[in-house]
Write a new protein. Structure first.
Ligand SMILES: C[S@@+](CC[C@H](N)C(=O)[O-])C[C@H]1O[C@@H](n2cnc3c(N)ncnc32)[C@H](O)[C@@H]1O
Length: 169
């Protein structure tokens, strides 16, 4: 595990990896935050964090491996077309399966949310001893089945390309 500024790390180290997944922060893009802000006048207005698009444009143009940038469906028309699966958008340089698995997270708010997230991710987040908000960590977590499906799809594309290259010689 590398503890660093992920945005800068991508720029400095992208070439050392065969596969890159980035999930930049979503709060400034999310529909629920946007609608909540609209209805509460005192809520601080924020610009959408465009580092999301910086990473997509960077990977599209500089990186030759397979990559995924994942985020929520935004409250505005995405600036760069993406593949929509469930409640998320995925920008990739390979085609995703139409179905990333049949696990669906039920929307639960209030006191039951934390337990619902622990059940969904099959992990007890109360074991976490750090200073961050446990519910927020659990909310941020990518569904393991969707992640595995996407990673295996990328591996399949890479393997096929390798086989084709071997056949040429
Ligand atoms: C959308 S969440 C992604 C969570 C991750 N995909 C997972 O499954 O746990 C974004 C995460 O990036 C972290 N983050 C935000 N800016 C960062 C930065 N510059 N460098 C490293 N991490 C950052 C946030 O604290 C948050 O945990």
């Amino acid at each position: 595990m590398i503890v660093a500024d992920a945005h800068q790390y991508l720029l400095d180290h992208y070439n050392e990896f065969d596969f890159i997944w980035s999930s930049p922060p979503c709060p400034t893009h999310s529909r629920s935050n946007f609608w909540a802000s609209k209805t509460v006048d005192s809520r601080k207005k924020v610009y959408p964090d465009l580092t999301l698009y910086q990473e997509i444009i960077f990977l599209q143009n500089w990186y030759s491996g397979k990559w995924v940038v994942e985020n929520v469906i935004p409250y505005y028309e995405p600036l760069i077309p993406a593949q929509k699966r469930g409640r998320h958008l995925y920008w990739t340089n390979f085609k995703l399966p139409s179905d990333l698995g049949d696990r669906r997270l039920a929307i639960i708010s209030g006191k039951k949310e934390f337990k619902g997230l622990c059940d969904f991710h099959e992990y007890d987040f109360s074991k976490y001893c750090g200073s961050q908000n446990k519910t927020k960590i659990a909310r941020n977590l990518v569904d393991y089945e969707a992640g595995k499906t996407i990673f295996e799809t990328a591996l399949g594309v890479i393997r096929k390309k390798d086989v084709r290259q071997t056949e040429l010689f």
